[in-house]
Ligand binder design. Structure first.
Ligand code: PBG
Length: 319
């Protein structure tokens, strides 16, 4: 008989044998940014997560930084009546994100700022690219994504993170950054699945498509090798870091990616629906909030992810 229980007798011994750990430096904390002043509105489907105007955002970033978290990811949220079919508000040099990035970099120069690159938050139809009829047109979307990335980079973003799932988006952005001589890195949302787990996010960002769904550009979750091919293509196109999204139901893909691409920092996105599920389950009394999040984040780390984007980062990050 092999005896395992001696590894588990006390907390100290269990700590000694634990080979997966969370560190505050593992986390990237997401923010939703709106225009205006004094705005700090909680997102109904994501308790504890807010939409901030830049002035309020700076206060919250100060708190985040005080917890030791040095990486944040920004999403822009704009009023519906300012959206158009090209997402013009997202690509302009004075977009809500450009202004927020400048303010953050001015006050917290050491914070590593990631910005999401996608049209869905800014288009009246809510799709991630330009429409041709009722179809998203891949190639005419690329220059707009490149322009958005360029503007964010000029504003001071450290990483741009293309999430539109247009073929060639990483290459288009890389070329644009390189030709401008900007050192900005690319975190590629490489294996991003068409997932029902994004529900609360679309609520938060007001980015639900006005018709149809995102299945013609985000990945079919019934595929396996395609995810690895997507990552390989993004690396080929110039990605610095790579991502699998969502996280908890995709740990197998995270593990495959970690094994196949050991030289590229792998990011897992614990998405809005995963957060809401755990948060609300805890609220309903089904489990202890801290323990359920800790276990889920450890599992994501154990799968091979190097970094985790999580709405729970501020709660977990400082442990
Ligand atoms: C698209 C984008 C989405 C998320 C991140 N970037 C929404 C989507 O693709 O439908 C989802 C993140 C989350 O659910 O937390 N810009």
């Amino acid at each position: 008989m092999k005896r395992f229980r001696p590894y588990r007798t006390t907390q100290e011994i269990r700590d000694q044998y634990a080979d997966v750990r969370l560190d505050v430096s593992d986390f990237i904390y997401p923010y939703f940014v709106v225009e205006g002043k004094n705005v700090r509105e909680e997102i109904p489907s994501m308790e504890g997560i807010y939409r901030f105007s830049t002035d309020e955002l700076l206060k919250d970033v100060a708190e985040t930084v005080s917890l030791g978290i040095d990486k944040i990811l920004l999403f822009g949220v704009i009023a519906d009546d300012t959206k158009d079919d090209r997402g013009s508000r997202g690509t302009s040099p004075d977009s809500v994100i450009c202004k927020a990035v400048k303010a953050i970099k001015e006050h917290f120069p050491k914070v590593i700022v990631f910005t999401d690159i996608c049209l869905c938050e800014y288009t009246s139809h809510g799709h991630c690219g330009l429409l041709h009829g009722h179809e998203v047109d891949n190639d005419s979307t690329l220059p707009l994504l490149a322009e958005m990335a360029y503007q964010h980079a000029l504003a001071g973003a450290d990483f741009v993170a293309p999430s539109a799932m247009m073929d060639g988006q990483v290459e288009a952005i890389r070329q644009r950054l390189d030709s401008a001589g900007l050192p900005t890195k690319i975190l590629a949302y490489s294996a991003k699945y068409a997932s029902a787990f994004y529900g609360p996010f679309r609520d938060a960002a007001g980015s639900t498509p006005s018709f149809g769904d995102r299945k013609s550009y985000q990945m079919d979750f019934r595929t396996t090798e395609q995810g690895l091919d997507e990552i390989a293509a993004d690396i080929e196109e110039g990605a610095d870091w790579i991502m699998v999204k969502p996280a908890m139901s995709y740990l197998d893909m995270l593990h495959r990616a970690a094994v196949r691409f050991p030289d590229y920092p792998l990011v897992a996105y614990q998405v809005s629906g995963e957060y809401a599920m755990l948060k609300n389950g805890a609220k309903a009394g089904f489990f202890n909030e801290e323990r359920i999040f800790f276990e889920s984040l450890i599992a994501i780390k154990r799968s091979g992810a190097r970094y985790i984007i999580s709405y729970y980062a501020k709660k977990q990050g400082h442990e």
